[in-house]
Design a protein around this ligand. Structure first.
Ligand SMILES: *[C@@H]1O[C@H](CO)[C@@H](O)[C@H](O)[C@H]1NC(C)=O
Ligand SMILES: *[C@@H]1O[C@H](CO)[C@@H](O)[C@H](O)[C@H]1NC(C)=O
Ligand SMILES: *[C@@H]1O[C@H](CO)[C@@H](O)[C@H](O)[C@H]1NC(C)=O
Ligand SMILES: *[C@@H]1O[C@H](CO)[C@@H](O)[C@H](O)[C@H]1NC(C)=O
Ligand SMILES: *[C@@H]1O[C@H](CO)[C@@H](O)[C@H](O)[C@H]1NC(C)=O
Ligand SMILES: *[C@@H]1O[C@H](CO)[C@@H](O)[C@H](O)[C@H]1NC(C)=O
Length: 488
């Protein structure tokens, strides 16, 4: 289930003490606030109580970045234990498998890749590479190979749910495909294995061909796949008049745009711009970035739907829900992923593209704005999710993005870490660095691609069916939101 309580509605959100701190100390306080959600009532090693599976996976990635950028090792042991505890079958632990979606698994896999790229110390016996590769293999096996569907969209893509018995199986999902794309791109860079480059190209090409990424760089949410199964009458379609009748491919696409999907793609296209000489990756990057700038860093109120608050060209806004106060407990965490991938894009991109200069004000402005939305509460620095109106005066009743919560905290943590990412950082590649143990002693050098086979201790066939996903309700909510957004 999702986080269901937001006990701390902050009434005052002017935090001069937070603002006067240097960025590292600010990150330290917000990381401590994030980790406070873990220690109170452990839901299982590596899982934050009440959080979605992906949110926990993303939190560990944030804490790996935190360690790398601040040198503070406070959370390293917890990160190591989490990655080990949830690693089964390529991050498909048995008690998540009924509800887990492809995007969630990919988020955990990317956490393992971050550990590799940043040289995060491994626990003896755990190969982060084998974990990421195991997840890659299972996602790749789910790539849709059925015929072009009756709506004219070419075969390909990842569904939202991996399992036919779950809602979301009949939804071709951009985020799942985009994360798989980024995972492929980063594994290609880390390993030098061309299989991953080809897979990344396949994924991006399909996103374009299907219309989920359009010529202007807009990144849409997904579409209902009517050809897939008998479950297509489920969830969202009943709440959306267009999706239950029309099969024209262009009107079938759910055109809501989320920051995490767009930035997931941008990060991957920049990685590939660095790795290959194919100009297509640079042009795709620049097209995506232009769209991201206008959609998620809106310059004026008129570009933020239905709000009288100030847009600010340097502050990240979850435009589909934040201005209208409808972000749910999951959607408030999306900006964290977006802020992370924008910041690390500066490291990934070839220097000739001038990405750091282009994104600097957005990285810095979002960090500053997010920090202003945090307050000390009984010794914990807790943050809210609505950054663009820093005064807090426009928080609407029932707007959970104006309250504190784990998702908001993750987004704030990523935002304040982002300015610490700089152009001198060089990411690791396989074979270029000694692997360290928990205590930092170098014991081995990576030489080859680890086998994923050993991780596959629980097969999909062993899973019991029937349970509806934790996010079953979200698909209809999301489609309803899309409808609301379109009519405005
Ligand atoms: C899930 O598995 C972990 C061990 O990995 C365990 O600690 C936790 O209690 C389990 N949770 C549920 C709901 O079964
Ligand atoms: C860049 O970031 C790295 C890692 O956090 C840090 O060691 C280094 O001092 C930074 N360099 C500059 C010029 O800020
Ligand atoms: C490249 O990656 C693929 C996919 O994981 C794997 O099957 C293949 O063995 C790898 N090739 C090498 C040379 O490691
Ligand atoms: C790619 O990035 C590396 C640093 O990780 C850098 O040395 C190299 O010059 C870059 N290549 C291009 C084409 O920008
Ligand atoms: C946008 O927000 C940033 C960070 O809060 C602030 O420094 C800047 O002055 C704002 N710009 C405008 C035009 O309001
Ligand atoms: C560090 O760990 C390695 C391998 O577990 C061990 O051999 C070594 O003695 C440890 N070093 C210290 C200083 O604890």
């Amino acid at each position: 289930m999702k986080l269901n309580s937001y006990p701390l509605l902050l009434t005052s959100v002017a935090f001069s003490s937070a603002l006067s701190l240097d960025p590292t100390n600010r990150a330290k306080q917000i990381a401590s606030g994030a980790f406070s959600y873990y220690t109170t009532q452990n839901a299982g090693v590596g899982l934050f109580p009440g959080a979605l599976f992906w949110e926990s996976g993303s939190a560990w990635n944030a804490l790996i970045n935190y360690w790398f950028l601040t040198g503070d090792t406070t959370y390293n042991t917890a990160v190591q234990s989490a990655l080990q505890a949830q690693s089964m079958d390529g991050f498909q632990p048995a008690n998540q498998s009924n509800t887990m979606t492809n995007d969630e698994q990919a988020i955990w896999a990317l956490t393992a890749v971050s550990a590799l790229e940043r040289g995060f110390p491994s626990i003896d016996g755990t190969s982060y590479l084998s974990l990421a590769v195991a997840a890659f293999d299972s996602l790749e096996a789910r790539w849709d190979t059925t015929d072009t569907d009756s709506c004219g969209i070419p075969a390909g893509g990842l569904r939202w749910s991996p399992y036919p018995f779950n809602v979301g199986y009949d939804y071709m999902n951009t985020l799942s495909t985009a994360l798989f794309f980024q995972l492929s791109a980063r594994l290609a860079r880390y390993t030098g294995n061309v299989t991953y480059t080809e897979t990344a190209a396949k994924a991006y090409n399909w996103l374009e061909k299907s219309g989920l990424v359009d010529a202007s760089g807009a990144v849409y949410d997904g579409f209902q796949d009517y050809s897939s199964s008998s479950t297509s009458s489920s969830s969202g379609s009943s709440s959306s008049s267009s999706s239950s009748t029309s099969c024209a491919s262009s009107s079938n696409i759910n055109r809501i745009q989320w920051s995490n999907s767009a930035l997931a793609l941008l990060h991957g296209t920049l990685v590939l711009s660095n790795m290959t000489t194919e100009p297509v990756w640079r042009s795709r990057s620049l097209t995506l970035l232009s769209s991201i700038e206008s959609v998620f860093y809106p310059a004026s109120p008129s570009t933020v739907p239905a709000t009288s608050t100030n847009g600010n060209a340097s502050v990240l806004v979850e435009s589909a829900c934040e201005p209208i106060g409808t972000c749910n407990s999951e959607q408030v965490a999306f900006k964290g992923l977006a802020a992370r991938w924008l910041a690390w894009s500066s490291v990934a991109a070839p220097s000739g593209m001038n990405i750091p200069a282009r994104v600097a004000s957005k990285v810095g402005g979002s960090a500053s704005a997010a920090a202003q939305r945090c307050a000390n509460n009984n010794g914990k620095m807790l943050c809210t999710g609505r950054w663009f109106d820093a005064s807090g005066s426009n928080v609407k009743p029932g707007d959970i993005s104006g309250n504190t919560g784990f998702g908001q905290q993750l987004s704030a943590l990523e935002a304040v870490l982002a300015p610490l990412v700089n152009g001198s950082i060089v990411l690791e590649r396989m074979g270029t660095r000694a692997v360290s143990t928990t205590n930092g002693t170098a014991v081995a050098t990576l030489t080859g691609t680890a086998s994923a086979t050993a991780m596959k201790t629980v097969g999909v066939s062993q899973l019991s069916g029937g349970a509806r996903g934790a996010r079953v309700g979200d698909l209809s909510a999301l489609i309803m939101l899309a409808v609301v957004t379109l009519v405005m």
